[in-house]
Design a protein around this ligand. Structure first.
Ligand SMILES: Cc1cc2nc3c(=O)[nH]c(=O)nc-3n(C[C@H](O)[C@H](O)[C@H](O)COP(=O)(O)O)c2cc1C
Length: 190
């Protein structure tokens, strides 16, 4: 064996983003389980709850898209240094919740349509897209997972993976050890 063991792993900064407003809701618990798996694997984790930051809306003036003055700046150091992204959202009216939707729009500053230079700063890493929702069909929101895939593909990310908790009203995440186990497994394999 050489100086470095073959099973030596690279430590990543895993950034977790939670869209729903609940401190201990389904979305938080499922994202948390992925992050716990990442911690088990020796990675570091940073959690951002979107309910605790103010993310504004893109503006437009004199032919230019204008980023708002908001808290996104506080998140940028973590985003630009992330080794993996875990983004979780409850489904609201058939799409990701409004905070997550607004956050995704706010990342436009890293979209190459906005700035080729900024686009280089967006890490080309794995994304885990977590959805929780009341509808019991496991595939009810596959189109939202595809929507994420298209966005992350455009951002050049290495991989985009979905994880869903369907039927969260009757069957909350906290009562689903198999699902939590799967989430941890995903986190361990980032
Ligand atoms: C405003 C609002 C809209 C919702 N819309 C949907 C929906 O369109 N489809 C669905 O299956 N569940 C819907 N739900 C249920 C949530 O997606 C579900 O309870 C989710 O797991 C909540 O996650 P949380 O515990 O992290 O808040 C909605 C809930 C709220 C509050």
């Amino acid at each position: 064996m050489g100086r470095f063991s073959r099973c030596e792993r690279i430590t990543l900064k895993v950034v977790g983003i939670i869209g729903g407003p609940k401190n201990d809701g389904n979305t938080y618990r499922l994202v948390r389980a992925v992050l716990d798996g990442a911690l088990d694997a020796g990675h570091t984790v940073v959690t951002w709850r979107l309910k605790d930051v103010y993310i504004g809306h893109l503006g437009y003036f004199a032919g230019e898209t204008l980023p708002p003055n908001d808290d996104f700046e506080k998140m940028q150091a973590d985003l630009e240094s992330m080794g993996a992204l875990v983004i979780g959202s409850p489904i609201w009216y058939g799409h990701v919740d409004t905070r997550t939707f607004n956050f995704i729009n706010r990342t436009y500053v890293y979209n190459r349509s906005y700035s080729e230079e900024n686009a280089k700063k967006w890490p080309k890493v794995k994304a885990v897209n977590v959805l929780t929702y009341e509808t019991e069909d496991e595939h009810a929101y596959d189109h939202i997972l595809e929507w994420y895939d298209h966005i992350w593909d455009w951002y050049g990310m290495a991989e985009s993976q979905g994880l869903v908790a369907a039927g969260s009203a009757k069957n909350p995440v906290e009562n689903r050890p198999e699902l939590i186990k799967r989430a941890k497994e995903i986190g361990r394999n980032l």
